[in-house]
Design a protein around this ligand. Structure first.
Ligand code: FMN
Length: 193
């Protein structure tokens, strides 16, 4: 019997933050169109430098050819479990500013914010998101004809968390353990570094 620690912070963080984790076990439950639209809408409303909204997403659903092509770009260690998730999303950013073509130094920062919004909304709906950097971005560029002006940053694995028993031995036990964090005292200084 796996004991699941759900709440993580000892402080009264909002549930969508405190209950979030990066699942590897996904249930067979489909993500409804409305649910998918809501998590994407959450990303849409993220703040961004100069309201540039540089994020772009390619959404693929399990069973379709696009999902299979995106899955193919994942590192094998990620593919072994991500293949069960009903939705895979390729996350990208425009690296230049639409107003003047200069480099947008905050583009990836803003994609991170949009992804955080998406993840919080997904958590509120009972879903989980596992963000992946372990994939071949150039293979994804070719597979999805992504223009050069976009940086390909991550793959978002989205679905409802499932039973850890479906995972291989090395991941099953890990699924029940929640990751830890540095103490605030290590992250925050007051008044001066
Ligand atoms: C940009 C980024 C890339 C990541 N890449 C991977 C990955 O390739 N494979 C993986 O299993 N987890 C990946 N993760 C998940 C992290 O390992 C995870 O968020 C971290 O260990 C904290 O655990 P938690 O999300 O459950 O709190 C990635 C997370 C982020 C934000």
């Amino acid at each position: 019997m796996i004991h699941l620690e759900t709440r993580r912070s000892e402080l009264e963080l909002s549930d969508v933050l405190n209950n979030r984790f990066s699942p590897r076990a996904f249930s067979a439950r489909e993500v409804a169109e409305q649910e998918l639209e809501l998590v994407l809408e959450a990303a849409r409303w993220a703040p961004s430098s100069m309201n540039e909204q540089p994020w772009r997403f390619v959404v693929t659903r399990r069973g379709g050819d696009a999902h299979a092509r995106l899955l193919e770009t994942l590192n094998p260690s990620n593919r072994t479990w991500a293949d069960k998730a009903p939705v895979l999303i390729l996350a990208m950013v425009h690296r230049t500013l639409s107003r003047n073509g200069q480099v947008n130094h905050h583009a990836r920062h803003d994609l991170g914010l949009a992804t955080a919004h998406l993840t919080a909304q997904a958590t509120a709906l009972g879903m989980g998101v596992h963000i992946l950097g372990g994939f071949n971005a150039e293979a994804a560029r070719a597979a999805f004809k992504v223009p050069e002006e976009l940086d390909i940053v991550s793959v978002l694995v989205l679905g409802f968390p499932g039973d850890a028993d479906q995972l291989p031995d090395n991941l099953r036990e890990r699924e029940s353990r929640r990751s830890v964090r540095h103490p605030l005292s290590e992250l925050v200084r007051y008044e001066s570094y």
